[in-house]
Design a protein around this ligand. Sequence first.
Ligand code: GLU
Length: 289
Amino acid sequence: MLPLVTRFAPSPTGRLHIGHAYSCLLAHDYARERDGTFLLRVEDIDPGRARPEHVAGIVEDLSWLGLHWDGEVIFQSHRLPLYAEALERLKAMGLLYPCFCTRTEIAAEIAASASAPHGPDGPLYPGTCRALSDGERTRRMAGEPHAWRLDMEKAAACAGRLYWEDGDTEVQAEPGLFGDVVLARKDAPTSYHLAVTVDDAAQGVTDIVRGRDLYAATDIHRLLQALLGLPTPHYHHHALLTDAKGNRLAKRSGAPALADLRANGTDPAALLTDLRSGRIPAGYLAAGD
Ligand code: GLU
């Protein structure tokens, strides 16, 4: 058996809140209870939203909680050549195409269409740039910013039927529901889906413990694993913490930042004990939540 490896992979786009602490705790405990390794990977590939002060905040908050990771912190922004290599392989397989559309153009095209299909993340990309000729692509690539999209129909046909495991349940992947996803953005040479798939394999992650909000996206990750010849980890998607009204925790709905709890004297060990019960500990949410 492979040594068990889990990871916590936050994006440094804001301060961690109690929902992040819960997810991190579950991934941490899963490894520690099985004599495994627990890694911390900072997913800082979004140039518009990732902030150095939030990276520092993640390290401070997890250290305060007493959730210790093994080895060095990995930063996705330091690993761009790895993602570029994967992207080149998919290009060479004829599965990617450059997309020049702006958000506004995509929204206008969707609004103009009588029946725009929707996927788990909203309306699907209408495929405008899939139809461009090779000549037009080459001409426009020379002067226009472009993303790279996966030709989902071709990719799914190439990979065939795929499955992954969530806990003890076998799940059939349906990546086609997402349409032609972006694998390299205009403003970043990769995307969440590509980077997370490449890194989990490169870091030997065997078990992915993360929130249920990423359950559907796993179908895309499974497809990319198949196309790139990477192993498929076991997945353990956990329920998201909710407030008393059943709303998902978010900073704007009153979930306190861990930094605020630290500042107001919260005992981190007691917080972890409470979170291990799988509920939001009483008294941690703003009044009225
Ligand atoms: N970076 C992602 C997030 O903060 C999580 C990635 C993952 O666990 O796969 O939502």
